[in-house]
Design a binder for this molecule. Structure first.
Ligand SMILES: Cc1ncc(COP(=O)(O)O)c(C=O)c1O
Length: 460
């Protein structure tokens, strides 16, 4: 339990008073699920809000309260909730069938849409989630190179399968997290993002052993720890020199930072790309896309002709027709409209306006981030900060994440919900193309009121 819960906090009292319907459901859920939740990032004490429905940039809880949404379906809802074209496509497909156990027209159109947008996609293989996509990308790289090791960058997130756990939230010494085999963790090499010399050294030390390097191309946690674009260039050069497969994990950034993802925005061509979230228009789905010669390891004829062992890849819901229908409609809008640019522009405005609030209220916090990601720095060390000139690269990840002042971050999120804004635990959020003037003003007012509540409680 956060320390903040044990205190007599008007913020927590206000949250409880505003959300009795959620409290009742959370009490039931506590008897059903570990911690009463179904995704770790929805964990918040005393309980999270239960949502009834959503539209565009907003969602409504079971008590009828409205929130400006910055969870954005964990990043999937670039187009906002219930985008009419996407809904119409899903409704139409629903009546035609939800699973044929056979190939279908929509999977072709979905893959064509991916290949049109993602510059490095020569072949596509659909999966059911981003976690499955990164799992397959690593297996492809190992089979292609015949090498065992995987380079990952500290704090970067790539889903929850066994290769992706150490060095994300803990175990930065590379040891296995609970339940994971030492042999798996032992084949993962952790490196600091933006450390070109460290990467070069690691590649030399493990010459001929490294199959792949995987990275979030805008930086750890969607840019909480921002990437230095020069490092991405170095990463591309060094991996090519060492024959290492470069995997861009574009599960968040794909179709968001630009229609062609971070690889388009930064002009870098990875060997493999993992996709999910926006890919499937708000329904479940993922994909690995990239070089044909690598994805050929999934091809019956090519592997047979080359005398190689094929990588097996079943998956009941691969390229599911409902997900395909939503994905096609969504990617068409991404390709044909300024959806990415709108979300990026709103985020710029939001960051600027929030920093003005912090300056006016004399709060040493900062809003930062790239593209359509909002990151909030809550300054655990309470150092003097000029929000409008904040440089996140001067701080450690723990400091940026607010781990050392988790109590304040926690109360800030509750206060924002009391004022009708749902921020993610980053703390921060993702923005949709439907966030507009009204959401901006509501968010700015909510932040001003929230920092005032925090001041009144002696937290700031
Ligand atoms: C960068 C990144 N990669 C992979 C994943 C895993 O995707 P999924 O939740 O669809 O398994 C996520 C999920 O948030 C992610 O942010």
């Amino acid at each position: 339990m956060p320390d903040s819960l044990t205190t007599n906090s008007p913020i927590i009292a206000a949250y409880r008073a505003a959300t009795p319907g959620s409290a009742a459901r959370a009490a039931t859920a506590a008897e059903l699920f570990p911690s009463g939740i179904t995704h770790d990032s929805r964990y918040i004490e005393p309980y999270g809000i239960y949502i009834d429905h959503a539209k565009g940039p907003r969602k409504w809880d079971v008590d009828g309260r409205c929130y400006v949404d910055y969870f954005g379906g964990h990043g999937a809802m670039l187009l906002g909730h219930c985008r009419p074209e996407v809904m119409a496509a899903v409704h139409a497909q629903l009546d035609r069938g939800t699973h044929f156990g056979a190939s279908h027209e929509l999977e072709i159109r979905w893959a064509e849409a991916v290949m049109r947008l993602i510059p490095s996609a020569e072949r596509v293989r659909f999966t059911s989630s981003g976690t499955e996509a990164t799992l397959m990308a690593v297996r492809l790289a190992r089979a292609f190179t015949g090498r065992p090791k995987l380079i990952r960058f500290n704090y970067n997130f790539h889903g929850w399968h066994d290769h992706m756990t150490s060095g994300h939230q803990n175990h930065f010494d590379g040891t296995a997290t609970t339940g994971v085999l030492d042999a798996v963790a032992g084949n993962v090499l952790l490196c600091d993002q933006n450390d070109e010399a460290g990467l070069a050294k690691l590649l030399e030390q493990h010459k001929g052993e490294v199959a792949a390097a995987i990275i979030e191309p805008t930086g750890a946690n969607g840019g909480k720890l921002p990437i230095d674009p020069n490092f991405l260039q170095a990463l591309r050069r060094l991996t090519a020199e060492h024959g290492v497969v470069l995997i861009f994990d574009e599960v968040v950034t794909g179709f968001r930072v630009a229609p062609g993802g971070a690889q388009q925005a930064y002009g870098i061509r990875p060997d493999l790309t993992t996709l999910a979230k926006i890919l499937a228009g708000g329904l479940p789905g993922g994909a690995v896309a990239g070089r044909k010669d690598i994805l050929d390891l999934l091809d019956f004829q090519v592997t047979k002709g080359a005398g190689k062992e094929k990588i097996a890849h079943p998956g009941t819901f691969n390229a599911n027709p409902l997900s395909a229908s939503a994905g096609i409609a969504c990617l068409r809008i991404v390709a044909e409209t300024d959806a990415c640019a709108r979300a990026n522009k709103y985020s710029d405005d939001l960051r600027r306006r929030l920093n003005e609030v912090f300056e006016e209220e004399r709060v040493p916090w900062a809003a930062y981030g790239t593209f359509s990601m909002l990151e909030l720095f809550t300054n655990p060390e309470r150092e003097p900060v000029t929000p409008t000139r904040f440089d996140p690269l001067q701080y450690s990840f723990a400091s940026l994440k607010g781990d050392r002042n988790a109590g304040v971050v926690h109360k800030m999120r509750l206060a924002m919900m009391v004022h009708g804004v749902d921020l993610s635990s980053h703390p921060g959020g993702v923005v949709s193309a439907t966030h507009g003037e009204a959401e901006l003003e509501d968010t700015v007012a909510a932040m001003r009121n929230s920092v005032r509540m925090l001041k009144a409680e002696g937290e700031l």
